[in-house]
Design a protein around this ligand. Sequence first.
Ligand SMILES: NC(=O)c1ccc[n+]([C@@H]2O[C@H](COP(=O)([O-])OP(=O)(O)OC[C@H]3O[C@@H](n4cnc5c(N)ncnc54)[C@H](O)[C@@H]3O)[C@@H](O)[C@H]2O)c1
Ligand SMILES: O=C(O)C[C@H](O)C(=O)O
Ligand SMILES: [Mg+2]
Length: 581
Amino acid sequence: MWRLARSAASNLRRTRRFSTSIPGPCIVHKRGADILHDPWFNKDTGFPLTERDRLGLRGLLPPRVISFEQQYARFNDSFVSLAKWRILNRLHDRNETLYYRVLIDNIEDFAPIIYTPTVGLVCQNYSGLFRRPRGMYFSAKDKGEMMSMIYNWPGYQVDMIVLTDGSRILGLGDLGVQGIGIPIGKLDMYVAAAGINPQRILPVMLDVGTNNQKLLEDRLYLGLRQPRLEGEEYLSIVDEFMEAIHAHWPKAIVQFEDFQMKWAFETLQRYRKRFCMFNDDIQGTAGVALAGLLGTVRAQGRPLTDFVNQKIVVVGAGSAGLGVFNMAAQVVSRMAGAEAHPQFFLLDKDGLITTERKVVDPAAAPFAKAPGEIEGLGLREGANLVEVVKKVKPHVLLGLSGVGGIFNEQVLKAMRESDSPKPAIFAMSNPTMNAECTAVDAFNHAGENIVFASGSPFKNIDLGNGKVGHVNQTNNMYLFPGIGMGALLSGAHLISDGMLQAASECLASYITEEEIQSGILYPPTRSIRDITAEVGAAVVQAAILKNWRKDAVMWDPESSGGDSGICQTRHVVSSLQPSCS
Ligand SMILES: NC(=O)c1ccc[n+]([C@@H]2O[C@H](COP(=O)([O-])OP(=O)(O)OC[C@H]3O[C@@H](n4cnc5c(N)ncnc54)[C@H](O)[C@@H]3O)[C@@H](O)[C@H]2O)c1
Ligand SMILES: O=C(O)C[C@H](O)C(=O)O
Ligand SMILES: [Mg+2]
């Protein structure tokens, strides 16, 4: 007893020395490396630049200052979460029924383990963590063999496939074959959220090499040791895979996931009119973000039609950022006509994109600002983020850049001058370390009246006086399971814009007025089965109502038992989820 009390007192003393919020004299006689080696005083990368100068630490630490919250998140990610992932993965290997029961019952706690953010860490360490294979691997060396390889899969029927080539895994870059963790995590969400039969899912890795030099030199790396295939060579591999899969399982739905931008757009265009497929990073993300953007208009107490006047700055002109602007632009032109000029500002690594730029990606070109549109604001080609925020005073600042901390103190403070009384900050990049800002920083610097959403989960913030800064998770997990399930149940041959739009609108209207007023834009993760059933029903409805009459090719009445009507489709969706209620 006495020993316990003594150790508790010693811990308390340590915590006090560590905490900056407890007053009292604390004279540190040490300097430089001695401080870094002293756990009582060391703050690691958390030392601000002024303290680094004062304590002789300059040059002894990497240059970036990482906040205490970020250090905490990193510890959780790398140690606690990975240990939990190992335990869950062993259960998955041993007893799948128990695994999914545990996952469904604890989705709020376990989604961050099997999905973002921990899945990112798993992918980074995949070759070392590898024990048993899961899913299928098709490599550049398998050209000409894929049709026969499919017969090696033990499952009789496959409904849902998530496919990656590992070229842009979350915000972590090219992880080659190690990216297989993402299709596995996404399909776990299909089972948990949409009730898809786990024996009918197939995670797939298309290994066409990697341009990640570190992996190519890693003796444990399990993928092809060659640079990525490019051009026609690359496309011929994806073509062969898509044809083989659909020859064998014609009704399987393919979700493209975490492809680098050029191939994300190219493959979407190439296949969306031939196969029942979608790109989650372009289309799923766009729908989720749009739901949040519409929620923001409601949170500002304005009618939805005011969406056309929202000034939106998107940072990151990749597959996700462009997907968001494309879908948002469609909504603006539906509301205000094709002549409407959305007030959208797009930045990439070279700053504000304008028509003055020498090379603009064709997908970004429609959102490049003409000089006449920005001169009045005092902006020019390549203007940096702080300048843009200060001058535009946006209603919404949305990050899909993959760059952690890019919404720094200056940028967030500039959001205090937003033209909206309730500005929105969406830090959508994953995993946690790549989020454009933390929730704490957003509420601290941009003010308590913001609405905040992040791609990876953060905890709600205690603002004092009983007030809570609500943290939303804005992640495509709220849509892709419903899109896939709706496409599957409707028997649709293709996934149309109408179906995706219906999914997004369904998510937007799921949140009540009261919730919106307290800064809630998205449902909690624990409601994921309920929202997925709703989204699935909306997708089925759109597939039947919009495509059945307009385009007979889009709809196969035989596969779904005829024109059964909306009431029945809702029944079908809920009956697919026996343990939903
Ligand atoms: N929350 C979600 O549901 C969700 C969905 C999709 C993607 N994401 C995240 O979004 C991020 C980007 O994904 P993507 O597919 O668009 O990637 P991408 O590689 O296609 O695009 C990244 C874009 O960010 C830009 N960029 C890079 N550095 C920048 C900087 N310093 N300043 C401004 N822009 C910069 C690049 O120029 C590029 O336009 C990833 O971290 C991914 O995890 C989140
Ligand atoms: O995987 C996620 O958590 C969301 C998204 O698809 C991403 O690529 O970041
Ligand atoms: Mg993704």
